[in-house]
Design a binder for this molecule. Structure first.
Ligand code: JBE
Length: 247
């Protein structure tokens, strides 16, 4: 997969892409992430990328020409395929989630536009962006952090990035539920003990306990997820009972 990012702050991306799993994916040529400085397409000798809003008001608006010309140049870099999806990161977009990450991971190319300042000339939305995504209902100073969040979630899905064990943890059985609690040694610390069942060696019992914990946790913390989860009637009943009468 190739991901192109268009930003006014390319320096923000060093760090997240230079560590851990995303770095490994880049080193293994599973993903190719190219960061482009929008300033390179700025207008005139001052490389202007923003301007005053028509109609007045405070703040600056990102100009249309540098963005269009940058995206056209980037598209042309690997065959002039005008069908490459162009995602604009904005609080006005559809809210990002795991399903969107999964869908984006199927693409072989993707261009991400990081907005800044008070906004972007509306014609970029109308005539260039093919999708608008938000990572949540809060205001960031720009789309860069949103781009990093999305890329991190997408890259995990690319074949070869996670080990088979890690990916198995996301199978349809557990999808949509919160994770069960995890413990490691020591079995007791300051009197706080690891649940006995995990030390029992009884794998069927352990699997049952974990499933129950996932369901119960989801019921209590995220009723919205519980509602949508793929659960049997017995599991739904168990959650309702146990939440009222905890063990
Ligand atoms: O979520 N986002 O993509 C944003 C982009 C820019 C500013 N705030 C956001 N939340």
């Amino acid at each position: 997969m190739r991901i192109d990012i268009l930003t006014l702050f390319p320096g923000m991306f060093t760090g997240p892409f230079d560590e851990s799993i995303v770095k490994r994916a880049i080193d293994n040529d599973i993903v190719n992430i190219k960061i482009h400085n929008l300033r390179d397409w700025g207008l005139g000798k001052h490389k202007m990328v923003d301007d005053y809003p028509f109609g007045g008001g405070s703040g600056m608006v990102m100009k249309i020409e540098p963005i269009f010309e940058a995206v056209e140049a980037i598209k042309a870099q690997q065959g002039s395929d005008s069908s490459v999806p162009v995602i604009l990161l904005t609080p006005q977009g559809r809210v990002f989630n795991q399903k969107i990450a999964f869908e984006l991971a199927k693409l072989d190319r993707l261009i991400i536009l990081c907005g800044h300042y008070e906004g972007i000339d509306e014609r970029v939305r109308e005539h260039l962006a093919t999708d608008e995504i938000s990572i949540g209902d809060y205001v960031l100073t720009g789309g860069e952090l949103a781009a990093m969040v999305i890329i991190d979630a997408v890259v995990r899905y690319l074949p070869g990035v996670l080990g088979s064990e890690e990916s198995a943890a996301e199978d349809s059985h557990t999808a949509g539920l919160l994770e069960y609690p995890q413990y490691t040694r020591p079995p007791a610390y300051r009197g706080w003990e690891v649940p006995q069942v995990l030390l029992s060696g009884n794998h069927a019992q352990i699997a049952r306990w974990r499933r129950e914990q996932s369901i119960l946790r989801t019921f209590i913390r995220r009723p919205d997820l519980f509602e949508k989860a793929n659960l049997s009637p017995a599991e739904r009943k168990m959650a309702a009972n146990r939440a009222v009468n905890p063990l």
